[in-house]
Each structure stands twice: as C-alpha cells, then as structure tokens.
Design a protein around this ligand. Structure first.
Ligand SMILES: [Zn+2]
Length: 367
C-alpha cells in the first residue's frame, strides 16, 4: 500500500517472513486456510523507521538537564557514566522500539557497538550501525573507535562511518569517514546545525559553547570556517544524496536551498530539540523545499521514549495540522526506505516486502 492508499477491513498474508498478499479481508480470506490474527479496530502501516538513536545511552533516561540549551545539557551528560549500558538495558530499549512498530533503526554508537548490534539482532530489528568518529586529534586514515572492535563480519555489513559534528571532529576525519562510506556504498549520518552554540562557534569561534569545547575537545589553534554549519559541511564535500543530516534546527534559507541542491536527506528529532531547548527546525520550509525528510527520537538522554510515532504526533500538533498525517507517514516509512536503498523491501505494505507492520497510534489525527 502506498501512504495515499487506505484499505478498509484489510488483510495481510504473511509467508516465510514476507508479505505474500495485501487486500480486503472479504476477498483474500476465501483462499486462505492458515491461522488468522485479528488486530481489532486499528489502522496499520508499514513498519516505521527510527532514523536516529544512540541506544548505548539508554541507561541515562531522565538524568540530564532539560530545557536549558545545548551547553547545559552536554555538561550534565558528560558528568554521567556514558559507557555503562548493560545488555538488559539495551534489550529493554530495543523492546521499546519494537513495541512502537519499528522496522529499522539507524543507531549511532562508539562505545558498545557490538552489544547494540546484538540486541537489535535478538529482537529481529533491521538496523544501520553508524560508528561515530569524534575528536580533533591528527590521525593517519580512519582509526575506528574502540566500540567497533568485536563486530562480526556480518555486523560490519550494517556499518556506516558517522561523523559526530563539525565542531567536535576534525575536517580530515570527517572527510575520511565520508570517503569510506562512499567507497563502501554506505550512508553517512552527521549531526548538523543542531544548536546556536555550534552556529556561533563555526561562524566566529566565540561563545559559551566554544569556551566549553576549548576545555577538552577543540584544539588551541582551531580556526573557525567563518560560515554556517551547512556551508561548512558542503565545503568539506560531506553533503550528497547518501548523507543524513541530523537535527538541522539552525538553517538559513540559503542552507535549505543548499541541502536541497545536494539531495541530502534530513532527520528531524523534534522532541530531542525541545528536551534540550535548542528550538525547532524549520519543518514547513524543509518540506516546501522538497527535502527527503525522516524522523528520529535521538537517545534516551534527550527524550522520554524511543517511539518515533511521538515525533510525528509532536509535529502534527505543533503545526496545528499544517503538516498532517499523510506527510509524516512518508517521513516514517517511504522517505527513510528510499534514503537507505530499502524501497524494494520496506516502507510500504506490498507483496514481496519484508513482513511487519506498525499500528498507527490512537491519538494521531488521520485526516
Ligand atoms: Zn544524536
């Protein structure tokens, strides 16, 4: 089913992990003799994509500062034990994803990559593992973070190299990570234009956030590029159709045009942005510019839960329905499937695709 097509009294035939047929119950049930599960009075759609999580931070739910901006939030985060998520915590977080009808997750990780991959596999969720590069230390080529050690050969097939951000990671490392992704045919996730401090740091090297970063991340000889985060990323050659720019809160009209020209997909994390207190991304302008938009919850260190439907509900509510159900449904299904090259297996309820579905939450306005 395409997002535009609604089927009443629908029936989904599943055989060997694939959708064998979709159609009205009164027609398909005549030729079906297998077991039937009645979901009741619900609407279902394809399994949804949560395009930005950090599952390895799942033990930190509710422990960071809320609503006081990025510097205060990150200070509270780094004071916590960031590397201590155990398997039970990861399994509980993944169970939360599964309960929300999540078919696929793009998870960013640097500390517990193998454990995160294993937890996603135990629950049968599809995943992309963005191994995150961070730091300004000079390196020869890509030095993979410790957390990536122990990944099996099959798990490496799910790996992307992810950049943390333009302010936290050296241009050489970001370019090398992007180049690896291009060579290997992988997507490249990057936190981009999330907050005012990032914007100011890149424009002038000043500000509260820049001072905070100088304490342990930013090199003494750091020279700001003197432009916006989007322009800086573009100058480094990081923006193309296989890059996922995450957050994109602080954008000028020129930045939006640039992202559209490059064909870069954008992952919005509206509740994380509100939790931290960095403002709202220009949702309507991004949509109007024709960008391929997706949604992510971000981690439990900056959100209440991992149900990506709640991001969609947030946007519908905050825009007073200007951005409505049909639109956000694309952000949850066909848009991320297209970005990840999974349009033949995911994103819609059509025969031949991977079996799975998501129940549309009760509270969502479907007009
Ligand atoms: Zn993130």
């Amino acid at each position: 089913m395409t997002p535009e097509k609604v089927l009443d009294d629908g029936f989904l035939v599943v055989e060997q992990g694939r959708i064998a047929a979709v159609g009205p119950w009164r027609e398909l049930s005549r030729s079906w003799s297998g077991p039937v599960e009645d979901l009741g009075e619900v609407a279902i759609c394809a399994g949804v994509f949560n395009m930005h999580t950090h599952l390895e931070l799942s033990h930190l739910r509710g422990q960071t500062v809320q609503g006081h901006g990025f510097s205060q939030w990150v200070k509270s985060l780094i004071a916590l034990p960031m590397a201590e998520a155990d398997d039970a915590t990861l399994d509980a977080a993944v169970a939360e994803l599964a309960a929300g009808g999540t078919a696929w997750v793009v998870d960013i990780t640097s500390r517990k990559s193998q454990q995160v991959a294993a937890a996603l596999e135990r629950a049968g969720l599809g995943y992309t593992l963005g191994i995150e590069f961070f730091g300004h230390q000079p390196t020869q080529g890509l030095v993979w973070p410790q957390g990536a050690s122990g990944l099996s050969e099959s798990q490496w097939q799910h790996v992307s190299a992810a950049g943390h951000a333009l302010y936290s990671t050296s241009p050489e490392t970001l370019r090398a990570a992007k180049a690896w992704c291009t060579e290997q045919g992988r997507v490249f996730p990057l936190h981009l234009a999330e907050h005012q401090g990032e914007e100011q740091l890149l424009a002038s090297g000043d500000g509260e956030f820049a001072e905070l970063l100088r304490l342990r991340v930013l090199p003494q000889d750091f020279t700001p590029p003197g432009c916006s985060p989007v322009e800086s990323a573009d100058r480094l050659g990081l923006l193309d159709g296989r890059t996922l720019a995450v957050h994109c809160v602080r954008l000028s009209e020129a930045d939006i045009r640039r992202l559209a020209e490059r064909g870069t997909s954008v992952c919005l994390c509206p509740r994380s942005n509100e939790y931290i207190g960095v403002g709202r991304a220009p949702w309507a302008a991004l949509k109007a510019a024709g960008l391929n938009l997706c949604l992510g919850t971000d981690s439990l260190s900056s959100n209440q839960d991992l149900n990506v439907w709640n991001e969609a509900i947030h946007i519908i509510e905050k825009t007073g329905g200007e951005i409505g159900f049909a639109e956000v449904l694309r952000w949850l299904t066909v848009n991320p499937a297209r970005f990840l090259g999974l349009e033949n297996t995911h994103g819609t309820l059509e025969s031949g695709k991977v079996a799975g579905y998501s129940i549309v939450p009760d509270g969502i306005e479907r007009s």
